[in-house]
Design a protein around this ligand. Sequence first.
Ligand SMILES: *Cc1c(COP(=O)(O)O)cnc(C)c1O
Length: 367
Amino acid sequence: MKPNPNLADLPLRPELVGEEPYGAPQLDVPVCLNVNENPYPPSAAIRAEMAQAIVDVAGRVNRYPDREAAGLRGALAAYVGHGVTPAQVWAANGSNEVMTHVLGAFGGPGRTVLSFSPTYSMYPEYARNTHTTWVSVPRHPDFTLDARLILDAIAQHQPTVVLITTPNNPTGTSTPLTVIREVLAATEAMVVIDEAYQEFAHHPDQTAVTLLPEFGNLIVSRTMSKAFALAGGRVGYLVAAPSVVDACRIVRLPYHLSAQTQALAQVALAHASEMLANVDLLRGVRDDMLAQLPQLGVEVVDSDANFCLFGRFADRHDVWRRLLEQGVLVRETGPAGYLRVSAGTPEEAFAFFAALEAVLAEGVERA
Ligand SMILES: *Cc1c(COP(=O)(O)O)cnc(C)c1O
């Protein structure tokens, strides 16, 4: 092959031809409300402890890290509570890697993963990368789910993995535990409940983790990227039966979780209440957005997460671009006509309201 080939010259897998890498623009903008991060960094005291933990790890960095991440999984089990043991916890580089492990173990060629749209835009990529068929069935028009809709879809598509996001991204919609229990009781498929935003819910204690003693096919997925303010640390985890963890162990890359990652996350978990201190504040900002957006004459979808889906605009890209011109970055995602805004600090939310008001005053065509 000639040097410096183009992508088209390479023997890329056929299903990857024309694909674009994921996606949310990383722009240098004063107000970033596009990827649902916690806007508050750790305190100086926690940062100092993280730095010391990295120094300690560096003294052993000639050695491979703990393959089983035993210390981290123990700390995660203690954080999750509800009697969860370390053997029920699996951790990886963000819940995106956790989900890749789940599909690597339970999906694969000839198998189907079923989800409910609109939902997280990354799922189809995990399916593609693990050669699993992706099927997405529409939610009800108000973006809710009930057991009938889910079980009908399971009967029709015969998935080995069912993926339910609650609170859902990008709509913020929660699915009640009663619905999840009814689904689990009626299927042998692995049911993944993605609770990435659970800490922001109006009832965070109503978690699918409480159903684990009843159902061996339940996998609850969580992340430290959102409420826990550790998006840069890249730690996601699942809670399930120990045999599910064994299955993930088969497909993970050796030593997948670096020593630095494990150490940083353990410092964060040792200070869980401080790392989570601003969750109530962010919930308040979310509730403000739910109240204020209708007053600006904008539709907003009820949300249990740290973001809101609002619209509907005839040309949402134009509204996105005009907000960006005012220094406010939101996300162009979800159903046609909608944009998604993260609950940042009260100051960032104020900047967003002001920018949106200015854009609306210039005139915006509605869908
Ligand atoms: C943000 C998000 C995650 C977390 O991804 P990480 O890889 O852990 O950062 C998982 N699921 C959903 C639905 C999300 O929106």
